[in-house]
Design a protein around this ligand. Structure first.
Ligand SMILES: [Zn+2]
Length: 264
């Protein structure tokens, strides 16, 4: 029985080696171990040949990965032979193509729902996906030093943090939760409850508004990210993850222009 994982791993690499030689395989998303497989000449880990090289390509890969997750057809995070090879390939560096800023909610497993293995996503998680200065600094580090091409700020349906802020309605929450409220300051005022909508519908609008506002607030606070975005090297994209369907709804990348934007 102990031999089974070894056999599986060997089989995986054999298949991958054959796959690599077939040009037709290029269109398919490649599994991690293949992307980082040692070169035949033994010159160490090859660069991830399928790493997106533009903001548009990065966003497309996140969308494709999410479609695989929704369809129950994950590829990159389902390779049983990848763990050891992937660790070895990543020891000397990382080049995550995307930054994901999302909620700490345990039902939002970013790597799985985008079907991206280790080394691909640089993740910042805080309840309410409201990055503080250190969260923004983390995003700057990924974009500036690691070359990430897109930052997705992703809220989600049934967000307890947004719900708590909504229900507190300005009254201080216990403990240090005031900081969470401060991180969403202005949200309730920006998106008041419509007389015709119930609490659930209002919460849904708040979740979307929060993702959009946090994305804009991060750009407003970061000259470094603004410069990268203005140079078309980076997209900042608000998004919303729907718990029931597993789908990520992406909104338009934020426009960055030299003059202050006319609208949000
Ligand atoms: Zn949440």
């Amino acid at each position: 029985m102990r031999l089974l994982p070894l056999i599986l791993a060997t089989t995986t690499f054999t298949l991958l080696a054959e796959d690599h030689a077939a040009p037709a395989a290029k269109a398919k998303p490649k599994a991690a171990a293949q992307a980082h497989a040692p070169t035949p000449a033994g010159h160490g880990p090859a660069p991830a040949a399928d790493a997106p090289d533009s903001p548009a390509a990065a966003l497309a890969e996140l969308g494709a990965g999410n479609a695989r997750f929704v369809a129950g057809k994950r590829v990159r995070t389902l390779n049983p032979g990848q763990d050891a090879a992937l660790r070895a390939a990543l020891v000397h560096g990382q080049a995550p193509f995307a930054v994901v800023i999302t909620c700490s909610d345990s039902r939002v497993p970013d790597a799985l729902l985008f079907d991206q293995e280790a080394g691909r996503l640089f993740t910042i998680r805080e309840a309410g996906n409201a990055p503080d200065l250190q969260g923004i600094a983390s995003a700057e580090y990924a974009a500036e030093h690691l070359g990430s091409k897109v930052i997705v700020i992703m809220g989600h349906s049934s967000c307890g943090a947004v719900k708590a802020v909504r229900e507190a309605n300005g009254k201080a929450l216990p403990g240090n939760l005031w900081a969470l409220q401060a991180g969403m300051a202005g949200l309730l005022e920006s998106t008041p409850q419509d007389p015709n909508e119930d609490a659930k519908a209002h919460l849904g609008r708040l979740e979307e508004a929060n993702a959009r506002r946090q994305a804009q607030a991060m750009l407003d606070r970061s000259a470094l990210l603004r410069d990268l975005a203005a140079a078309e090297k980076l997209w900042v994209v608000p998004a919303l993850y729907h718990l029931a369907s597993g789908k990520v709804q992406f909104f338009k990348p934020l426009a960055v222009v030299p003059a202050p934007p006319a609208h949000h």
